[in-house]
Design a protein around this ligand. Sequence first.
Ligand SMILES: [Zn+2]
Length: 73
Amino acid sequence: MSLDHRLIELLVCPVCKGPLQLRRDAEQRPLDLACPADRLAFPIRDGIPVMLEHEAQSLDGPAPEPTEAASST
Ligand SMILES: [Zn+2]
């Protein structure tokens, strides 16, 4: 728990200014900060989040269901 959780709450995606999700590895260590909207994950190096778009990794796996786009047809 070297990473201050309050720090995470203050961080937003540098691309869309949206909220980030802290992802942890199997040992519960901070792994990266993921932006579901952009499908990007910003790495955490030595406990320091690297909030640079060109350092971000694309999120793999299926896209989550959009919660804002409610179809009203
Ligand atoms: Zn974003």
